[in-house]
Design a protein around this ligand. Structure first.
Ligand code: THU
Length: 135
């Protein structure tokens, strides 16, 4: 199955009884495998997890830690916009030029790079050892 088809298919399994907003995400790993995830909500609202987090967790659980492409889909007017936390989660395992495609069910999609999705991402360069332990 393609990355896109995987994201559309896993979206069907989303558990979203509180928002009624089902999201599907699929990531292509460096090893060439596709890992998919959907949002899983909870009655204790903050305990819910996003589709992107699920896809990343599946990839890491399978022993991989690099993703090379991402596809996210939801039934939104505009292609779904990943939350800030998910942008940082994707950045952890992708590169600045990693292709991220955002889609809705009407065939509207936008493709951008990870750097465009999360400009100025917090990264290891911000944790330069020279600037540690100043206090
Ligand atoms: N959600 C995702 O799973 N991914 C996104 O990119 C946007 C938001 C979920 C979280 C929550 O279950 C529902 O969509 C509404 O915010």
């Amino acid at each position: 199955m393609s990355l896109e088809k995987s994201a559309f298919a896993v979206r069907e399994n989303a558990y979203a009884p509180y928002s009624n907003f089902k999201v599907g995400a699929a990531v292509l790993s460096e090893g060439g495998e596709i890992y998919a995830g959907c949002n899983v909500e909870n009655i204790a609202y903050p305990e819910g997890t996003c589709a992107e987090a699920g896809a990343i967790a599946a990839m890491v659980a399978a022993g991989e830690s690099k993703l090379t492409e991402v596809f996210v889909v939801a039934d939104s007017k505009q292609p779904v916009s990943p939350c800030g936390g998910c942008r940082q989660k994707l950045a952890e395992f992708g590169a600045s030029d990693t292709k991220v495609t955002l889609a809705n069910l009407d065939g509207v999609r936008v493709t951008m790079t990870m750097a465009e999705l999360l400009p100025g991402a917090f990264g290891t360069d911000h944790m330069d050892a020279d600037h540690q332990d100043r206090d």
